[in-house]
Design a binder for this molecule. Structure first.
Ligand SMILES: NC(=O)C1=CN([C@@H]2O[C@H](COP(=O)(O)OP(=O)(O)OC[C@H]3O[C@@H](n4cnc5c(N)ncnc54)[C@H](OP(=O)(O)O)[C@@H]3O)[C@@H](O)[C@H]2O)C=CC1
Ligand SMILES: Nc1nc(=O)c2c([nH]1)NC[C@@H]1CN(c3ccc(C(=O)N[C@@H](CCC(=O)O)C(=O)O)cc3)C=[N+]21
Ligand SMILES: [Mg+2]
Length: 284
């Protein structure tokens, strides 16, 4: 069966181009959006992702500042840095790259980020707004997936969406957004008994676990749409998702690849949130 390969890389490129034009206009009016990225330590995966974020900012014309901190830094010093950025008028978006070293409590760090500069959408205020349906900054990965589905013309109304993974940064906000788009949502996790029983009923599967090849052909109903959030390394050391692409893709009506699917959308939405934050802060 022919399936549609959802080209997240291309959709993300289009969004970045739209943002570039918007930033050109804002700059002409005297506003340059600014993003600060804090990277603690030198985890190689984090280095790659942060580089992607800085590169996208430069391309769009967003002022970016990369703040590197040693992994021996104290939690208090990290909190002070965030508070300083909260007060910096040239910075409209603050992102603290996760994961953080074990001696730092990520919840404490996220909590001090000003909600109006929280371009990850991770603060309790923005998470709370999401849950009660108020406008706020949305978490980039679920937001990017919603944009990707929308721009691909995949409707959600009345569909059964099964989200696998319940993290605060992907699975949980994803389930909320899908439900707000009138899908019927099932949220699965590591204690789910008989995962394929649920995923086989899905019109849309969102796999956000972090386990190579977790989703096989036995998990998928013919014609389903499959979105792969996972970022894993396979035996050959290559990036691969949670979905066994080779065997699953022919069963689907549409599927995202890894790389080139959800990842680039996440970065595009970070850029979108930074522009939105800049406009909102500027207007008040
Ligand atoms: N492309 C992108 O832009 C992004 C990709 N990622 C990637 O997505 C993946 C998930 O990230 P994240 O949400 O942060 O990960 P977490 O590790 O925080 O969460 C993983 C979730 O998967 C669940 N889980 C674990 N094993 C199973 C299983 N066998 N069956 C069903 N559910 C299971 C866990 O359940 P429980 O709650 O019970 O522990 C948990 O809810 C990772 O590969 C990450 O690298 C993440 C962010 C952005
Ligand atoms: N505060 C915070 N915010 C995040 O948004 C955040 C985070 N911490 N910690 C880690 C996860 C992971 N994440 C990704 C972003 C882009 C790609 C991405 O661009 N992936 C490319 C490939 C990149 C490569 O080649 O390695 C792709 O899928 O095509 C992947 C993963 C954001 N995260
Ligand atoms: Mg991807």
């Amino acid at each position: 069966m022919a399936y549609q390969l959802i080209n997240g890389k291309q959709i993300a490129k289009e969004i970045r181009l739209e943002l570039k034009h918007e930033v050109e206009q804002l700059k002409a009016e005297g506003l340059q959006p600014g993003l600060a990225v804090i990277l603690v330590g030198n985890n190689p995966a984090s280095e790659t992702y942060v580089r992607g974020k800085i590169r996208a900012s430069e391309e769009i014309g967003i002022h970016s500042q990369l703040i590197r901190m040693n992994d021996t830094i104290t939690q208090e010093d990290l909190l002070s840095k965030v508070r300083e950025l909260n007060e910096d008028p040239n910075i409209h978006g603050i992102l603290v790259q996760l994961p953080l070293p074990d001696h730092i409590n990520p919840d404490k760090v996220i909590e001090v980020i000003s909600p109006s500069k929280d371009v990850d959408g991770f603060t309790p205020i923005n998470m709370g707004k999401l849950v009660i349906g108020q406008r706020g900054l949305l978490p980039c990965t679920p937001y990017g997936i919603m944009q990707m589905l929308d721009r691909t013309g995949i409707s959600l109304e009345g569909k059964h969406a099964v989200v696998v993974g319940r993290s605060n940064i992907v699975g949980k906000p994803m389930a909320i957004l899908l439900q707000q788009a009138n899908a019927t949502v099932t949220l699965c996790h590591s204690r789910t008994v008989d995962l394929p029983h649920y995923t086989r009923q899905a019109d849309l599967i969102i796999a956000a676990v972090g386990k190579l090849n977790l989703i096989t052909k036995e998990h998928v109903k013919p014609g389903a749409v499959v979105i792969d959030v996972g970022m894993n390394r396979n035996d050959a050391g290559k990036l691969a998702g949670d979905v066994n692409f080779e065997e699953v893709a022919p069963l689907t009506s549409a599927i995202t690849p890894v790389p080139g699917g959800v990842g680039p959308m996440t970065i595009a939405m970070l850029m979108k949130n930074t522009v939105s934050a800049a406009k909102a802060i500027w207007q008040r």
